[in-house]
Design a protein around this ligand. Structure first.
Ligand code: NOJ
Length: 535
């Protein structure tokens, strides 16, 4: 292949990038219908450039009935009319690029929408047809086939619903998520070919990277055995065949100089790192950091494990505090249990938002000082809390599928506040947003925070502007009292985070570059505060 169309001046940009996650439906509503859209994103590109991010990761914007927020795709080559058009997506990619911002799209290879033409054809063609081979159709068990083909658990945590749905013709089909998201059969060559074509389709349109949804779930044991009877190798998680798929994807990406970030939830660091070998994915989300409690020892261990697991494969780490699936950081850090666990989600968990915000500010400086790339989820830079959505307004299928036990993920997906004093805090002008905004949302509005030197937004803007000083080099831990994290990076830049109850003396330094909060009168770093220093 010749020179890729979008050759980058810096081919290694992704190794240390700040990547901003745009949940399109809730970012900005350009046409005033209550749903965020590409016109809204385009109008706010100057804001994103001002924030200083290197790339935008867009959650799926494809044609979709939105049964799972767009992770149920009907056509990977079309933009959903609720969000805009393909031509608009192309404009957005180009306009962002002109501002120095790259685009990452979200590819959902494990499943499609039940409205996808392949699935509709499979339903119409009936049992035993070649159309059904693109999915996992099976007869049931029991005398009349009335029992599901196996015992696999749903991949929506908290969901007690089966992963099989029976059709009137007697066949069952597999869906690790909702019944509207049938799983594709990755042993079928047409499935593999189609996805490589989809990758090319978006690379040809100038996207610089792809986020891979549910990246460790695609391959299934062809016998679909019971998990209880055959736990090893796992029948659908982290199977070895997957690596052939990603090696092939990597060859496609290399033709365009594009990169991957995988959504790989795996507890075993060695198994995780296999996805990051030099001929596979470039990066994967760091969920051990995301789920880690606000505890110095646990954070240091998570950082050390992360760096150690990435080193042998030469991949950069990623640092993530939250995303569209998990509890907002300021809310989580203000709770008695500051870890994140899907299984522990419940309505009405108390939180101290002032405490959580102080910690989230310190965590922002911690993660932005670490070696690798950093993800910022829209609204994180505003310090938005998790919203309690009235149950009659909840849209996330997790709520219904858990029979109301799990509040679902809408609380972190509430439309952003842009302007205090405008209808719907400036998210959109006419129709009420698709999820209700809490009454205090205007107090978090972008325009207010831009004026406030102490706001979360100002902290993020300053930190992202200063971050290049940390360079791409290694991290060295410095001696520090219990409960204090202190490390140096290249060029004598230091980061100190105090999680202990007693104020901490700062190490010798020539300049305080940035603090997440004020020092005390004796010039010490108070609890739940971080500082960046020049040595
Ligand atoms: C992970 C995505 O982040 C989540 O939002 C989605 O529900 C599942 N994958 C299924 O696609």
């Amino acid at each position: 292949m010749g020179q890729p169309r979008h050759a980058r001046k810096d081919p290694d940009w992704w190794r240390s990038a700040v990547i901003y996650q745009v949940y399109v439906r809730s970012f900005a509503d350009g046409d005033g219908d209550g749903t965020g859209d590409l016109a809204g994103v385009r109008s706010r590109l100057p804001y994103l450039a001002g924030l200083g991010v290197d790339a935008l990761w867009f959650t799926p914007w494809y044609l979709s009935p939105l049964k799972d927020g767009g992770y149920d795709v009907v056509d990977y080559r079309a933009v959903d009319p609720a969000f805009g058009t393909l031509a608009e997506a192309e404009k957005l990619i180009a306009e962002a690029r002109a501002l120095g911002i790259r685009t990452i799209v979200d590819i959902v290879p494990n499943h499609v929408s039940d409205q996808h033409p392949w699935f509709r054809a499979a339903l119409a063609a009936g049992p035993g047809s070649p159309e059904r081979e693109l999915f996992h159709f099976r007869p049931g068990r029991g005398p009349d086939g009335e029992l599901p083909p196996n015992d696999w658990p749903s991949q929506f945590a908290g969901a007690t619903e089966p992963v099989w749905t029976r059709l009137p013709d007697g066949d069952w089909y597999l869906h690790l998520f909702t019944p509207e998201q049938p799983d594709l059969n990755w042993a079928h060559p047409a499935v593999r070919q189609e996805h490589e074509d989809i990758l090319r389709f978006w690379f040809e349109r100038g996207v610089a990277g792809v986020r891979i949804d549910s990246a460790a779930l695609l391959a299934k044991d062809p016998d679909l055995p019971d998990l209880a009877a055959h736990p090893e190798p796992h029948p659908f998680l982290d199977r070895d065949e997957l690596h052939t798929v990603y090696r092939s994807w990597r060859r496609v990406a290399d033709e365009y100089g594009a990169v991957f970030v995988g959504e790989v939830w795996l507890p075993d660091p060695e198994r995780f790192a296999r996805y990051l070998r030099p001929d596979e994915l470039h990066t994967a989300f760091n969920f051990s950091f995301l789920t880690c409690p606000w505890d110095a020892g646990r954070l240091r261990a998570a950082i050390d494990t992360t760096i150690a697991e990435h080193a042998p494969v030469g991949a950069p780490a990623t640092w993530v505090l939250c995303n569209h699936d998990v509890t907002r950081t300021v809310t989580r850090y203000g709770r008695a249990d500051t870890a994140f666990d899907f299984a522990a989600k419940a309505f009405g968990t108390p939180t101290d938002l002032a405490l959580g915000t102080r910690r989230a500010r310190a965590a922002a400086l911690l993660s932005l000082a670490l070696p690798g790339s950093v993800y910022v989820y829209q609204g994180e830079e505003l310090g938005l809390p998790e919203a309690e959505i009235p149950v009659d307004r909840i849209q996330d299928p997790m709520y219904v599928r858990s029979h109301g036990a799990d509040p679902g993920r809408d609380g972190c997906r509430v439309p952003l506040p842009w302007v205090d004093g405008m209808p719907y805090a400036g998210f959109g002008s006419q129709a009420e947003p698709w999820l209700p905004q809490p009454a205090d949302w205007p107090s978090y509005a972008v325009d207010r925070q831009l004026q406030d030197p102490d706001s979360m937004l100002t902290l993020y803007r300053r930190a992202i502007a200063l971050r290049p000083r940390f360079g791409d080099g290694p991290l060295t831990w410095l001696p520090a009292p219990d409960g204090v994290l202190a490390f140096s990076r290249a060029d004598g830049v230091l980061c100190v985070v105090n999680l202990a109850a007693t104020p901490a003396e700062l190490p010798a330094h020539s300049r305080l570059l940035l603090g997440s909060g004020p020092l005390d009168d004796a010039g010490r770093l108070p609890q739940d505060t971080a500082a960046w220093l020049r040595a």
